[in-house]
Structure formats: C-alpha cells, structure tokens
Design a protein around this ligand. Structure first.
Ligand code: AMP
Length: 195
C-alpha cells in the first residue's frame, strides 16, 4: 500500500495532479478542502463554522479535519492506498495522521512537495478564481493570507517528513505532464523499494 502526502502551497497544482495520480494508481483521494466545501454545500453546522474561517483564508481547527480524515480512513479500509491532498497542514495534523494510520498497521510512504514561487501562485489562483467559483481564489488579500498561513503553519510539516526520510521535492512549474511524470518517478522509486 502506498500512502502519499501531496504537499505544496495553495495553487501549487495538488488538485490537478491528484486527479491524474488516482487514475494511474487507483488511490483514494482525500482532500480536506473538498470535504469542507461539501459540508458547506450541504449546509451542515460544521460547514457553516468552517466557512467563516475559509472565507478569511484561515485554517480550520485541527480537530475538525482530523475527525474528517478518521471517518474517511474507516470508510475505505480496503483501499490500495491514499493520496492526502491539503492535509496534513500543521505538525499536529501530521502527528495525528501517523497515529491513525498506525492503527491499521500503515504509515505514510512519502511526501511529494510541489515547489512553486509565491508570485506564480498568486497568478494561478487569480486565474483559477475566474472559473472555480471559490470565493477564496478571487481576492488578492485573501490569497496572500492563505500563503501566509501556509508559510507559518504548514511549511514546518515538510520538516516533519524530512526527519522521517520521506520528503521528495518536485519542481512545480512546467507542463502538467512533465510535473506528473516527475511525481510518478518519486512514487515508483519508493514503491519499488518496498517490494
Ligand atoms: P484547499 O482547498 O486545500 O485550498 O483548502 C481551502 C481552505 O479550507 C483552506 O484555506 C482552509 O481554510 C481549509 N482547509 C483545508 N484543508 C485544511 C486542513 N488540513 N487544515 C486546516 N484547514 C484546512
């Protein structure tokens, strides 16, 4: 089983690459951003609370996303592997994920970190905002806040996986296909060594 953390700042291409990766490897895709947006759409209490934070570009509380991931892991016990997209976003979430996976005798196989300069992220997110319908993609101040949250709270998660020898950086600027091939090469290296 391969469990991949696809890491990177907002706009790095995690969602796009996840779609390609699930087709190739039949991973179950777990995106906490998508799960939260489903809650908002369904009008749940959790969704309403999360929306007020998401609309400000602020991370929602760790307990909320950890609980969502726990439910999804339970619901997909026979999965071939998972791709975690937009999670973990804090060291506390990373620690909780290790603990949850260990209950199933599993662990994270690797983290692939998509590296993209801040200016390029801003350009991409504003472009995406024209069609995504996401309020948090349409405002430059809000995008800057999300990148700031990433730098303050999420970037340290890379060190967490570096210490475990699981950190694999991939240059995130170029054609989607070229970046996809580079991500697959990192997965296949790890997958090959586990067999
Ligand atoms: P995303 O779709 O991954 O860009 O996430 C959109 C927003 O959802 C973020 O700006 C956060 O407010 C919230 N969010 C998504 N995933 C997480 C997470 N793992 N931890 C905390 N907040 C999250």
């Amino acid at each position: 089983m391969i469990n991949l953390v696809l890491f990177g700042p907002p706009g790095a291409g995690k969602g796009t690459q996840s779609e390609n990766l699930i087709n190739k490897y039949q991973f179950v895709h777990l995106s906490t951003g998508d799960l939260l947006r489903s809650e908002i759409k369904a009008g749940t209490e959790l969704g309403q609370k999360a929306a007020t934070l998401m609309d400000q570009g602020i991370l929602v509380p760790d307990e909320v996303v950890i609980g969502m991931i726990e439910n999804k892991l339970q619901a997909h016990r026979n999965a071939k592997g998972f791709i975690f997209d937009g999670f973990p976003r804090t060291v506390k979430q990373a620690e909780a994920l290790d603990k949850l996976l260990s209950q199933y005798g599993e662990n994270i196989s690797l983290m692939v970190a998509l590296e993209v300069p801040d200016q390029e992220l801003l350009t991409r997110l504003l472009e995406r905002g024209k069609s995504s319908g996401r309020p948090d993609d349409q405002n430059e101040t809000l995008i800057a806040k999300r990148i700031e949250e990433y730098n303050n709270k999420t970037a340290p998660v890379a060190d967490f996986y570096k210490k475990q020898g699981k950190f694999h950086p991939v240059h995130g600027v170029g054609s989607i296909e070229e970046i996809f091939n580079n991500i697959c090469a990192e997965i296949d290296k790890v997958d090959g060594s586990t067999h």
